[in-house]
Design a protein around this ligand. Structure first.
Ligand SMILES: Cc1cc2nc3c(=O)[nH]c(=O)nc-3n(C[C@H](O)[C@H](O)[C@H](O)COP(=O)(O)OP(=O)(O)OC[C@H]3O[C@@H](n4cnc5c(N)ncnc54)[C@H](O)[C@@H]3O)c2cc1C
Length: 506
């Protein structure tokens, strides 16, 4: 065998594309194996059934994508995506609503459809000479070394001809999404998998698209309205994707009364959102174009492959195949980007200080990086009646965090509405955007600041959950209640936060 180093990536979704691009700096040949025929233009395809629905990239994901695909955001805009700084945004929740504009010097992420985003990234990857695409080809199993300790390639089946082949590789990365068969493939080579964490979320999406008549282009506002699970109020979003097309999304979790896919009922349900006046004012002048179409997910699943001491060398997994999330929080693609970047950091280290059990260490580092996103989305989803967490490691501090977020959200909305001060709002946004470590949001100093709401219901509920009065003890109590998140230092994030502080002080 030659000295060429070969990698195989299973799946040409978002995780697969970023990973292949990243691996092309370390491997002589990267082969992406994809079961779909890949369209020659931006369009939905069978293997990514979620792509009809809105796909936002969070700022942390945007930073990583710019690193691997410099200028991708400008390319999206040139193809009709909407620059975020052109958008006036209305944020609404049970405490009120306010309008703001995105500060472009701080964050610029274009709004586009998922097919357009995937197409732009795929074109870039297709232009890298040592990356090959093997399409219409399904991976059906893992090739294992004689001593069973290493993965040495994959078995494939061509979709049309049923022809079966072997493809050897030094590294196989499963990026095959929610439908990954990795558990079955590991079982076939005699490896059993630890119990995953499962969030039984029973969520429903319904999305409808409209053409925006030129008359209302100038009045356009993006409207983001949060849910109120206690009152059964859905979340909604009215936004522009690209080329004069707008989308309206309705969402709820808990399995109770999924959003409708019937046009009249959908229209009626829009009237029960926060900020419904603003939504209806625009929506009634839009021209229905596609949908409403639904999407349901029963479970978010976090695998714990990193707990397998017998994990084989030559195998990694990332994206939805490793951990899938409730999509309303917009985390999936960003977490996939974080994971791919974690693999890069580990490959860099491995070059300088080669270590045994490399793959297991990578999985452990990825799992640490996933933790904030998993915990934050669990905290949010567990507010819905009917959602439950199953698995040995229950997320810690959920009730405390929910009450903390309630009071913080209320204070942030008051400041934004009455003092035009969006500082608190952006702190919350940056935490959910996976830029700010959760410890910057949940900490004793912030807690002291928000516990001054004239004895409101939210304040009393949080004080009761906290169980201590002395502000000097707040940090210690928070440390007892919620997990400590070990986050890696990242220069790009440091720079972004500096820009944020600067933008906020202007
Ligand atoms: C309704 C909905 C809305 C969402 N909105 C957002 C959002 O706003 N922001 C966000 O960040 N995330 C969002 N997500 C999540 C996002 O879609 C995923 O996190 C992201 O696509 C994960 O990428 P992936 O590459 O792991 O999987 P996918 O993008 O699903 O790609 C998997 C690929 O693997 C291929 N494949 C599968 N099995 C095989 C096989 N055996 N052999 C060869 N190929 C195979 C498939 O054909 C597919 O191309 C949303 C998800 C849903 C369901």
């Amino acid at each position: 065998m030659s000295d060429m180093k070969r990698a195989v990536v299973i799946g040409a979704g978002i995780a697969g594309l970023i990973t292949a691009r990243m691996l092309s700096d370390y491997y002589d040949e990267v082969c992406i194996i994809e079961r779909d025929e890949l369209p020659s233009e931006p369009s939905n395809r069978q293997g990514v059934p979620q792509s009809f629905h809105p796909h936002r990239v969070l700022p942390r994901g945007g930073l990583i994508l710019e690193h691997y695909f410099p200028g991708y955001n400008d390319e999206l805009i040139a193809l009709g995506a909407i620059p975020s700084h052109e958008e006036e945004i209305v944020n609404a929740n049970k405490y009120g609503k306010f309008n703001h504009k995105v500060n472009a010097s701080f964050i610029e992420i274009a709004s586009s459809s998922r097919p357009l985003l995937e197409w732009v990234l795929r074109k870039r990857v297709q232009n890298i000479s040592h990356i090959r695409f093997l399409t219409n080809t399904e991976v059906t199993g893992l090739m294992v070394s004689e001593d069973q300790s290493s993965i040495i390639g994959v078995y494939t089946k061509e979709r049309r001809s049923e022809s079966r082949k072997e493809r050897r590789a030094d590294m196989v990365i499963d990026a095959s999404g929610r439908s990954s068969k990795l558990i079955k493939w590991l079982d076939q080579i005699g490896l059993s998998v630890p119990e995953p964490e499962v969030l039984k979320v029973s969520l429903g999406y319904s999305t409808r698209y409209y053409k925006i008549p030129s008359l209302i282009q100038n009045e356009w506002k993006t409207i983001l309205t949060e849910s109120d699970p206690e009152q059964g109020i859905r979340a909604g979003m009215l936004w522009r994707i690209e080329n004069d097309i707008a989308g309206m999304l309705l969402f709820n979790a808990g399995g109770d009364a999924y959003p409708s896919t019937h046009p009249d009922e959908f229209q009626e349900q829009m009237k029960h959102l926060f900020a419904s006046n603003e939504i209806m004012e625009l929506a009634e002048r839009l021209e229905p174009f596609q949908g409403p179409r639904g999407y349901r997910i029963s479970e978010s699943i976090r695998q714990h492959y990193e707990r397998m001491e017998d994990w084989p060398s030559g195998l990694l997994v990332l994206g939805d195949a490793f951990c899938s999330f409730d999509p309303i929080h917009g985390q999936g693609m960003t977490v996939a980007a974080i994971e791919a970047d974690t693999i890069r950091k580990c490959l860099e280290l491995q070059r300088v200080h080669p270590e045994s059990k490399f793959e297991l260490k990578v999985l452990r580092r990825m799992q640490q990086a996933i933790e904030p996103a998993w915990w934050l989305s669990s905290v949010a989803d567990l507010r819905w009646r009917g959602v439950e967490h199953v698995g040995s490691s229950q997320p810690r501090g959920v009730t405390f965090a929910q009450k903390y977020i309630n009071l913080f959200t209320k204070q942030a909305m008051k400041k934004a509405m009455y003092e035009k001060d969006t500082h608190l709002f952006f702190i919350q946004f940056l935490t959910n955007a996976l830029i700010l470590p959760p410890g910057e949001y949940f900490n004793g100093g912030v807690l002291k600041m928000i516990l001054n709401d004239n004895g409101s219901e939210e304040e009393m509920a949080l004080r009761a959950e906290l169980g201590v009065q002395d502000p000097e003890l707040f940090q210690q109590r928070i440390d007892e209640l919620i997990p400590s998140f070990q986050l890696e230092h990242d220069e790009q994030i440091e720079k972004l936060l500096e820009t944020f502080q600067h933008a906020m002080s202007e």
